[in-house]
Each structure stands twice: as C-alpha cells, then as structure tokens.
Design a protein around this ligand. Structure first.
Ligand code: DX5
Ligand code: ZN
Length: 219
C-alpha cells in the first residue's frame, strides 16, 4: 500500500468559471482539504485557463491547500507569481526545456511544496533525476489541456513503476493522478500506488458529493 492516506483534490477547471470562489467553497463544504488549480498557457497545451490574479483572489476566500498545476512552456518565469498568489504546492512539467532542478529549488525557496508532472507518453525514467527534490509526482492520465477526457489505462504500469521507485529509494513523495478520475478508475490507480486523486468532471457532476468524497477516503 502507498505510504499516504488518500486525498481527493477536485479540479476547479470543471467548476463554475463565473463563480470560482463558489466552486472552491463547494469543495470546502464537502469536507475536503485540497483544491487542484489548472494553469494553461495556450502553448504547452492548446487551451487557456487561469492566471496568478485568479489564484490570489481565491486565496482571499479560502484556506484550502492550493495544488497548482502549471501547464506552461516556461514555468520558471511564473513560479514566483503563483507562490506569492498563495499556492501551497506548485507542480511543473518535465517535458519542456528549462532548468527543472533549479525551478524546483526556487519553488521550495518560495515556501511551497514541489511537484513534477509527466504526460501520458513520457516514461517514468524522465523524472528519475529529480525524484529526491519533490513532494509530489503527478502522472497525467489524459493528455493535458481539457477536462472531461477518458482515462488512459495504459498509464497504470507507469504509476506502478513510479511507486516501485519510491519504495526502492525510500522516498515519501505523494503520487497523484489527473484526468478521467472517477469511482471506477480511482481504485485501479490506488492499486498501482496512487494516493492523491484529481477529479474535475466526476466531482462537480456527482449527485451526492459527500458520498463521492467518502468513497475516495475509503480507497
Ligand atoms: C487536464 C487537467 C485536469 C482536468 C481533469 O488538462 O489538468 O486537471 O481538470 O479533469 P477531469 O477530471 O474532468 O478529467
Ligand atoms: Zn491538473
């Protein structure tokens, strides 16, 4: 079993974009501690979402743990802005070409936890050099850019591989999945070693969010 209790981190990408504070309040009212905030630049992914000003405005309304996922070609240029805006954890992708170890160090200096993210097609070996620098590894279970896509089950062996690395190296980072996570796919990810679950569409569309959240707590 993974070394951490399961955490459900609803993604406000699937919330009400005209009332994001209300969507964050819905997460808190469900008794959850984390909110996942997807930041897109229109280059690394073919979509746009929120900026630091949005995160800062939400921080004024909420004490939740802000799990900020940067889908940016140049995340090193923005980590300071998101840290100052109130992020608790900042995740950056392994695929673009920039100083990744230096950016992780900078995130930590800014007082935030660190995360590294891999797209479905990126091998686990790509993150080996930075595993001892991170608090969280995020394995994308869809190609990032849009909510509401189908879970990629071909990512499951990679999740198990990252979990095995975690044990072999005695590391304690959280292992998070993002994309197509619901009550059917989450147990499969849990069995592969996941402890942290992003859910956008399935959370906000759940008929009874408290029951939905309780199912994740029991994984
Ligand atoms: C994809 C985003 C995901 C997305 C998940 O680019 O990173 O966080 O919001 O959405 P669902 O749960 O709807 O697949
Ligand atoms: Zn995300």
């Amino acid at each position: 079993m993974a070394p951490h209790q399961p955490i459900l981190a609803p993604s406000i990408l699937a919330g009400d974009h005209a009332n994001l504070a209300g969507s964050v309040a819905t997460i808190a009212a469900t008794g959850l501690d984390w909110v996942h905030i997807d930041i897109m630049d229109g280059h690394f992914v073919p979509n746009l979402s929120f900026g630091p000003a949005t995160v800062q405005a939400l921080r004024r309304t909420s004490r939740l743990f802000f799990d900020v996922h940067l889908m940016l070609d140049n995340p090193h240029l923005y980590v300071e802005a998101f840290a100052k805006a109130g992020a608790n954890l900042i995740s950056i992708h392994i695929e673009p070409d920039y100083d990744i170890p230096g950016t992780l160090r900078r995130i930590r200096e800014l007082g935030c936890q660190t995360g590294i993210v891999l797209n479905p097609g990126t091998p686990a070996s790509a993150i080996d050099p930075v595993l001892d620098q991170v608090d969280l590894v995020l394995a994308m279970t869809v190609q990032p850019g849009f909510g509401g896509q189908s879970f990629r089950e071909d990512v499951l062996p990679k999740i198990a591989e990252i979990d095995a690395q975690r044990r072999a190296r005695g590391l304690t980072f959280r292992l998070e999945v993002d994309g197509g996570i619901d009550l059917a796919t989450a147990p499969r990810c849990r069995a592969a070693g996941t402890d942290t679950f992003v859910a956008g569409t399935s959370f906000f569309k759940a008929p009874d969010r408290a029951t939905f959240a309780a199912s994740f707590a029991a994984l």
